[in-house]
Ligand binder design. Structure first.
Ligand code: CP
Ligand code: NVA
Length: 301
């Protein structure tokens, strides 16, 4: 019989009870100054096919602080670079390690790997989703607001992988999510429809989406692996998060960005460095969120 794994693939497929548990432990780990320890050593393999600073380092540091260890595999120094398939690599690796964090482009490949693997797989980002990020983001908003109930969140910019994972999260939390993107850059209908959540609304005009926002969230206009051009970028100009837009919310509005930020494009310095920017706490919280995700996948919480 196939063993049941706690893969961390996408938020809408994980129960609310488990998401709450992961969040509760994220806060606890932060308060306890990172001290939860694994009784027996566990090894995390990090396989990232795309660049990363925060996700890779926080998983690495987080696992080591839990008394685990980490191996990192990349294309240039492994047989992946000479054409060995990721599927074959995964079969072998999952006999050596206890858990794998994977970052790649193709979401279907992530799901295929989760079927092949004999250990839990964590989605470290695909072109379609970035669920680890949203755990840290929700943690950050819980620190600021306690509860996300009735909070007005506005996603303004590209309807990308991070935005998709916010839509997935809307299945579990009672926030309102307004999304405003240039034409052709909204999240795919498939994602919007699959959740059938009345809490997600789409706006052509960013100022309308910003009205009454407690939190404005954005991300790069050009995600990793995406081809862009000056004409496309021109369409994004009025979606910049700047002082003018923040003045239109009519209330105190906080700012989130998963980073890396492209200052002067999707956000201005005065907003990202401003007193209502939560981005540095958000980035720090990746560490505790990832430790908690590791513990959950390993069935230690
Ligand atoms: N936000 C985020 O995932 O950043 P990295 O690409 O640096 O991991
Ligand atoms: N949407 C961005 C997120 C980076 C963490 C990207 O995929 O490049």
């Amino acid at each position: 019989m196939k063993k049941s794994f706690r893969h961390f693939l996408n938020l809408h497929e994980i129960s609310k009870k488990d998401i709450d548990l992961i969040l509760k432990y994220s806060h606890r780990l932060k308060k306890n100054n990172k001290t939860k320890q694994l009784k027996e050593k566990k090894i995390l393999a990090i396989i990232f096919e795309k660049p990363s600073t925060r996700t890779k380092i926080s998983f690495d540091v987080g696992m080591k602080l839990l008394n685990g260890d980490v191996v990192t595999l990349d294309h240039s120094d492994s047989q992946l670079g000479r054409g060995e398939s990721l599927e074959d690599t995964m079969k072998v690796l999952s006999s050596y390690v206890d858990i794998i964090a994977y970052r790649g482009s193709d979401e279907s490949k992530l799901y295929k790997l989760s079927e092949i693997s004999t250990v839990p797989i964590i989605n470290g980002l695909t072109d379609i989703s970035h669920p680890c990020q949203i755990i840290a983001d929700i943690m950050t908003l819980q620190e600021k607001f306690r509860s996300l109930n009735n909070l007005n969140l506005s996603w303004i910019g590209d309807g990308n992988n991070v935005c998709n994972s916010w839509i997935h999260a809307s299945k579990h939390f009672d926030f309102n999510l307004k999304i405003s993107c240039p034409p052709g850059n909204f999240p795919e209908n498939k994602i919007l429809k699959s959740l059938n959540s009345g809490k997600v609304e789409l706006f052509k005009n960013p100022a309308e989406a910003a009205l009454d926002a407690d939190v404005i969230i954005t991300d790069t206009w050009v995600s990793m692996g995406m081809k862009s051009n000056p004409k496309r970028l021109k369409n994004f100009e009025k979606f910049q998060i700047n002082k003018d837009l923040l003045e239109k919310t009519g209330r105190t509005t906080y700012f989130l960005h998963c980073l890396p930020a492209h200052r002067g494009c999707e956000v201005t310095d005065e907003i990202i460095d401003g007193e209502n920017s939560l981005v540095w706490a958000e980035a720090e919280n990746r560490l505790y969120a990832h430790q908690s995700i590791l513990l959950w996948c390993l069935k230690k919480i």
